[in-house]
Design a protein. Sequence first.
Length: 280
Amino acid sequence: MPDKSKAILLMAATALIWSSGGLAIKLVEWNPMAITGVRSLLAAATLAALFRGRLRFRFSGIALGAAAGYAGLLITNVAATKLTTSANAILLAYTAPVYVALLAPRLLGEKTRRSDWLFILVTVGGMCLFFMDRLSPSGLWGNIIAVGTGMSYAAFTLCMRAQKDASPVESVILGHLLTGVCGLPFLFSAAPSGSGWAGLLYLGIIQQGVSLALYTWAIKRLGALEAILIMMLEPILNPLLVAVGYGELPGAWAVTGGIVVIGAVTLRAVGPALRLPSRF
């Protein structure tokens, strides 16, 4: 199988694994920062074991930018998932393609087509619908934090793609270590139950550790926008798993916004295959 096809399949597998995170986080009864801290320390240990003997830490600006972007992504995603619905948290996080489309041409030399500007406009419109739900104050803050998740995710994707000729796994490990340090002060709250610890082990070892091993291989062989569009599988499956396993349903406006965002990104992804004229 060609490396490009394998990269697409592994990126899709990463999206499937990441989609289980919303349900697992909901089921762990603990402080959000404690959850993300323990998850990241477990993930860092898993990645260090998987890549033992091959790690070469180089503290360049791009590597540190990827680490900071990933730490921001992890921290804000867990906080948003706890403060608003899982659907809102994950779908707002996937406004990231907007920022990637805007910045990839300048930062990576990866051209953004004219049709992408229509995509950006529609996506931002869909994002605005999330804020029309009847929200509690915490739900509103959860949505705002989730927008920050999208920005962090875009920064992470761009910086990881910029390391396509290097080894980006070190940036992921650094990001997890930074997140773990940020979570340390919150570890002294009441400990989770036995099932909570099982959820944390899954989140750290599988949902983050193993999946990031797949991601770091695939991102070197896919364009930044292409990679993040494949990852749009995650926001489709994440709310479904939470609805089935936790009974949490998003509001009508959030569902509408999600359909708009997912539809726009899907059309953007399949457009080249359909050979759409550039004016569309």
